[in-house]
Design a binder for this molecule. Structure first.
Ligand SMILES: Cc1cc2nc3c(=O)[nH]c(=O)nc-3n(C[C@H](O)[C@H](O)[C@H](O)COP(=O)(O)OP(=O)(O)OC[C@H]3O[C@@H](n4cnc5c(N)ncnc54)[C@H](O)[C@@H]3O)c2cc1C
Length: 354
């Protein structure tokens, strides 16, 4: 069987970052990704993720950016029709291009293969990783160490570890060609307690507007469609999407919502449950956890060291739950919106045209 020092399953921000920094020192690294394109995502690089990239002294190539760049979010409560603008410093990206760029930074010592991992089994020398190629062939490789960077529905996590104590949602996102009459919400965050206890969003990306939201799995598509109808009075034209995407998204509730792995099988990024429960921002945690694991593998007890190195991140994400009631509990949210606290006050003419 072909053998690698490290097999990474998943080539998103977590897997790509890990593979890039794990090669070297004669280590053989294989990265497997089942779908190098098409991850549903808002594609916004938050300040924490910007900082994580800056720590590698990395800058973004211009062709990853999309139009427009945004610096405010329009927050809408559909039940009370209250709206406010808040300043936010995000970078608006093409998520596919961002992932491919991160992956392109890995040196030639990293083998990248397109293949969907279908089974993992512990053997004497490590873990046998079976994957299916695009051509339908079944292949098995041996990883002395296996890194699960395969996102919310991680097969690596499900194969070796108990289920996470977390909330899971189905995120649905649709792409609409921009109409001449542009909706003014270049970036909006939408709350509607009737259809979801999480949030939805709209973002302009070049010639498209994407609208997406996270919904309880049961009846998710129906809730999504009902919410779209409610957005018409707010200026959203959400008919005839050209693309519909969906995936699972996690919302950690506490420290037991995370699993870092151990004994030669480790989890990074969203596979480990590392995502913000308040904003669903996950790119920064993906990068930070990849770095923490890489540093831990150098030590005599990588499992314990990886736990230690991610302690601060896990607490930070857990503490974000304290913010959630003010965003997701309708009464508290409306008190915040009514108060106008920290919001941007629009000029009168602009407010009238909303
Ligand atoms: C709708 C939505 C919008 C979001 N918007 C934002 C945002 O704007 N900003 C932000 O910071 N975060 C956002 N997030 C969160 C963010 O997308 C994730 O937290 C982040 O991508 C996690 O990175 P990752 O590398 O851990 O996992 P992922 O990005 O999910 O990557 C996992 C990779 O593993 C591959 N894979 C999965 N299963 C297998 C398998 N069996 N075999 C081989 N490969 C496999 C997938 O193809 C994928 O490439 C959003 C999430 C959702 C669902």
């Amino acid at each position: 069987m072909e053998t690698f020092d490290i097999v990474v399953v998943g080539g998103g921000p977590a897997g790509a970052t890990f593979a890039r920094i794990a090669s070297g020192g004669g280590r053989s690294v294989l990265l497997l990704d089942g779908n190098l394109r098409g991850k549903p995502c808002g594609g916004l690089l938050a300040p924490d993720a910007q900082k994580a990239l800056a720590r590698f002294d990395l800058t973004l190539p211009k062709d990853i950016l999309v139009d427009p760049q945004i610096f405010a979010v329009r927050t809408i409560d559909l039940k009370t029709a209250r709206q406010r603008y808040y300043q936010r410093m995000y970078i608006n990206l093409n998520r596919d291009k961002f992932d491919r760029w991160l992956l392109s930074l890995a040196d030639s010592a990293v083998q990248v293969r397109r293949g969907r991992c279908t089974a993992l089994d512990r053997t004497g020398g490590g873990v046998a990783v079976t994957y299916r190629t695009d051509a339908g062939e079944r292949r098995t490789v041996l990883g002395k160490v296996v890194v699960g960077a395969d996102g919310a529905n991680s097969i690596v996590r499900r194969s070796f570890f108990p289920p996470l104590h977390t909330r899971s949602y189905v995120a649905i996102q649709q792409w609409f060609p921009l109409q001449e009459e542009r909706c003014k919400a270049f970036y909006s965050c939408i709350f509607d307690p009737d259809t979801s206890d999480c949030c939805s969003w709209s973002i302009h990306k070049d010639d498209y507007m994407i609208f997406g939201g996270a919904f309880a799995p049961h009846g998710c598509r129906e809730s999504f469609e009902r919410q779209k109808e409610k957005l018409a009075p707010f200026g959203f034209r959400l008919s005839q999407p050209v693309k519909t995407e969906a995936c699972m998204v996690l919302r950690p509730t506490g420290l037991r919502s995370f699993c870092c792995g151990g004994s030669g099988v480790y989890l990074i990024g969203e596979a480990a449950g590392l995502i913000s429960p308040s904003s669903l921002e996950g790119i920064s945690s993906a990068i930070v956890s990849a770095v923490a694991l890489r540093q831990s593998l150098e030590t005599s007890d990588p499992g314990r060291e990886y736990l230690r190195r991610t302690r601060r991140l896990r607490w930070k994400l857990t503490l974000k739950n304290l913010k959630c009631p003010f965003m997701y509990q309708p009464l508290l949210r409306n008190l915040v919106l009514a108060s106008g606290l920290s919001s941007i006050r629009l000029y009168d003419g602009e407010r009238d045209s909303l």
